[in-house]
Structures are given as structure tokens and as C-alpha cells.
Design a protein around this ligand. Structure first.
Ligand SMILES: Cc1cc2nc3c(=O)[nH]c(=O)nc-3n(C[C@H](O)[C@H](O)[C@H](O)COP(=O)(O)OP(=O)(O)OC[C@H]3O[C@@H](n4cnc5c(N)ncnc54)[C@H](O)[C@@H]3O)c2cc1C
Length: 190
């Protein structure tokens, strides 16, 4: 369970453990998927997958699907935003987010809007069981909170991307689980 959610739960952890859980902020992150009626980027621009890196505020990256090539429709990533940009865009309604993404995309691919069919956007910091994209450690929290959280308390051991040095990656979550399984094994053996 992410620390962002755990810290909202009423627990009987010690004050030290509670402080460690609260010491780690989570990244605001947002994405939108835009379903297009036809794959104009393949048909007209001969682009098959990959990322369009832009300097458009709140958009950053438009990513084109690396699967389903030459099929009729396609879903592309209309924005991938972080930090303050993610907070601002997530304050828009879902329909306003679509308009924001379409206006920006039009600057890269003229006619973008005319191909639009439907959309789905997520702001991870507003999802009840995520409350953020991933843990954001700094030097101080790595030094104080990290060892405490790794140790767990009572019968509770924590594992996940947040308890690794590869935060924001699946590999971090997997490494963390191996580490904690080993810890559990040592405890049980003792
Ligand atoms: C936008 C975005 C893009 C990413 N892109 C990549 C990428 O390209 N490559 C990559 O490797 N990684 C990527 N990641 C990171 C990757 O998704 C995570 O590192 C990984 O999913 C973390 O796994 P986890 O098991 O630690 O946590 P999670 O997968 O978040 O699992 C935690 C689980 O706890 C559950 N939970 C929460 N609260 C409670 C509760 N109260 N009771 C019970 N259950 C609860 C949640 O529902 C969730 O299922 C991305 C993450 C985001 C947000």
C-alpha cells in the first residue's frame, strides 16, 4: 500500500513510525489517452510508435502506440504531466482536459482535433488508493525515514516501489518485495 494512503489511515504505529510514513511526499502525475478515429500519424506522417517530446506546458510528451500498427483506430497519449502542471491540469474537468490536450496536439499535428473520438484521463494524485504517482525521497528522508520504514513495526512489513531506490519503476517494487520476503524469512527463522 503506498505511504500516501497509509498515512491517511488511523493506525496504532508508534509516533516515530507515523512520522516516517508522513516524511515521504508523492508525485502528482497525470496522463490522457485520446482515441483517434484513424491513425493519421501512421497514414500521413509514417510514424510508427515513439514519443513526440514537446515544450508545451502541461503536455510534455505525446506518445504514439507501438502496437496495432495500420489498424483503423488508435489511442495515443495526449499528455504526461508532473508536479505543478499535473495539479493544474487535474483541476480541470475531464472534458476541459480533453480540450486542453486537443488544442496542444493541434500545434504538432494540424487536424488533430478532427480525428478525435473519445478520451480517458487519470490524475494519480486524485485516485483514492494511489494519492500520487510514486514516492519522492530526498537525502534527509532517505537517511531518517527509509531505514525505519524498511524495518517495519510489529507484525507489519512494508513493500513496494516506495521502499526501493528505483522509485517509480516496477523493478523497484519487485526488488523491494524480494528484500522484504528475505526479512520475513529471517524473522520467522529466528
Ligand atoms: C503514470 C505512471 C507511469 C508509470 N510508468 C512506468 C513504466 O513505464 N515502467 C515501470 O516500470 N513503472 C512505471 N510506473 C511505476 C509502476 O507502476 C510502480 O512502480 C508499481 O506499480 C508499484 O508497484 P507497487 O506494488 O509498489 O504499488 P502499486 O502497484 O501501486 O500497488 C499498491 C496497491 O495497494 C492498493 N491499496 C491502496 N490502498 C489500499 C488499502 N487501503 N487497502 C488495500 N489495498 C490498498 C492499491 O489499490 C494498489 O493495488 C509508472 C507509474 C505511474 C503512476
Amino acid at each position: 500500500m503506498p505511504l500516501s494512503v497509509l498515512r491517511m489511515i488511523d493506525t496504532d504505529f508508534s509516533d516515530g513510525m507515523k512520522a516516517a510514513i508522513k516524511a515521504v511526499p508523492y508525485a502528482p502525475v497525470g496522463k490522457i489517452g485520446l482515441q483517434m478515429k484513424r491513425r493519421f500519424w501512421e497514414e500521413e506522417d509514417h510514424i510508427y510508435g515513439g514519443h513526440v517530446l514537446t515544450d508545451l506546458k502541461g503536455i510534455n510528451t505525446i506518445s504514439l502506440p507501438s502496437s496495432g500498427w495500420q489498424q483503423q483506430k488508435g489511442v495515443l497519449l495526449g499528455y504526461y504531466n508532473y508536479s505543478l502542471d499535473a495539479i493544474e491540469v487535474s483541476a480541470l474537468t475531464p472534458q476541459e482536459r480533453v480540450e486542453f490536450a486537443l488544442d496542444a496536439g493541434e500545434k504538432i499535428f494540424p487536424g488533430y482535433r478532427s480525428h478525435y473520438e473519445s478520451a480517458f484521463s487519470v490524475a494519480w494524485h486524485r485516485v483514492k488508493y494511489s494519492l500520487g504517482g510514486w514516492a519522492e525521497w530526498n537525502e534527509a528522508s532517505r537517511q531518517d525515514a527509509y531505514p525505519k520504514l524498511l524495518e517495519g513495526e510489529g507484525r507489519v512489513l512494508l513493500a513496494g516501489e516506495h521502499l526501493s531506490y528505483l522509485t517509480g519503476w516496477q523493478a523497484g517494487a519487485i526488488e523491494s518485495s524480494w528484500q522484504q520476503v528475505e526479512r520475513l524469512h529471517r524473522r520467522a527463522s529466528a
